[in-house]
Design a binder for this molecule. Sequence first.
Ligand code: NAD
Length: 526
Amino acid sequence: MASTLSTPASTSDFTVDPARVRSLTALIRSTTGETRTTTAPFTGGPLALIPVSSLDDVDAAFDEARRIQPRWAATSVRQRAAALLRLHDLVLAHQSELMDLVQLESGKTRKHAYDEVVHLALTARYYGRRLKHLAAPQRKVGVFPLITQISVNHVPKGVVGIISPWNYPLTMAMADGLPAIAAGNVVVHKPDSQSCLTALAAVELFREAGFPADVWQVVSGAGSVVGTSIVQQADYICFTGSTATGTGIAKLAAERLVNYSLELGGKNPMIVLPGADIEKAAEGAVGACFSSAGQLCVSIERLYVHDTLYDDFRDAFIRRVQAMSLGATLGWDADMGSLVSASQVETISKHVENAVANGATVLAGGRARPDLGPHFYEPTVLEGVTEAADCFAEETFGPLVSLYRYDTIEQAVQLANAGEYGLNASIYGPVPVARGIAGRIKAGTVNINEGFAATFGSIDAPMGGMRSSGTGRRQGDEGYYRYTETQAVGVQRLLPVSGPAAIPPRPYAAVLTFLLRVLRRTTTRR
Ligand code: NAD
């Protein structure tokens, strides 16, 4: 298909062509005339004027969504699957502009922006290929074999509200919506104001892939206003963001008995087991801790290393961290980019200062780098962090990791499970031992000899959090069925379940009792 996209953003000086901004922001439903200015993290300069939606705009988005949803749900599974596969191709074909926008809005490196392109393409392909299976009614066992036939439908919820954060501007904006749309829902989406342009470029591709324009509606504005209105109207809410905001959303949704999935924060542990390959574990830890400058929900912030390996691992890890290159560039050569904002720099600076004041030692990093850009902070490794330090249990959501020793596997499991979160965990070491303890780790994903990408990149695998890290799962079959209502359809043939009118209740009960005993011996569950 020939591309109808406008000229890509001009990015040589970390700005976006104003004409391109206008063509993208025209996709936002907004009548207020008001705008918010976003900032380019690489320079601290203004990036784009993003229109703000009013509450009336949100209402209009829902009205339109409700009007068209039945028509969208009536389209064939084949048509929807084909559009998803076309989207896969378009995302790959337009990766250059998508990566530019991801970098300009978030400050991350090219290679971490590319991770988002891959994740979105994988998600589109997965649901495009799997939709036929997911959407088909499932056969179940009826009360009487042959006489009662049961099938289960998965009908769309209606209008799904999606609220996404800034840290993964492309994939967090779009990947959760694809299964919702595939199931026959219509989406009303509020991306974070800081990351609207990337989300809108993805929506543009979505439309070009053949999805009708209005099945994905975008509104923009403050979470407490526009986000709240979405939560008050949607038939299902998919939220990715902080635990504090997610908890408030759960309370609001409960008032209407509306269901939700919440993908929230984490304080993710890595365990390095005896027998681990130290160089591989150290290399893996660099990626696990500092991808997207640690502004990643599944990023590792606690490293537990067996006493016998600790010194060697620490040396190998620190050597790599100190060799990392930082830079503001749209090229592929930087290992780590900028943080997104001054407030992120402030959070990590405070965590480091507070940890040091409470006895910790800085082994690497520990400094802001205004010489590289206003929001740069070095990848930082701490040792000797005590329970009194804020970063001991609180999520930093930045390039900060703490090293700890342990003696026994039992102790490692206990330490990994400490705290309130349960999103992701990583274990480096012999696979049988790691598999043996994975089930005891309280985390929605456990990656063995990987930081997070083995599970996150495998779209067939469900992903989400236990405890304060959230509820519900994205990806896989669960990521699709969350957007549907389960409906059982029973067909009764020959006889009513309560027995034929000609047989009085007592003899019918005797026959039924006999039958139940026979069935107990003869039938097996499929
Ligand atoms: P945040 O909760 O402040 O904001 C996330 C989104 O929610 C934004 O679009 C924001 O505008 C909106 N929002 C804010 N207040 C709202 C309200 N009252 N009602 C409705 N919407 C509201 O989170 P953040 O600081 O932007 O993102 C960082 C957090 O997100 C971190 O804690 C991180 O761990 C988490 N996160 C989790 C995942 C995951 O998959 N589990 C992925 C990415 C980020």
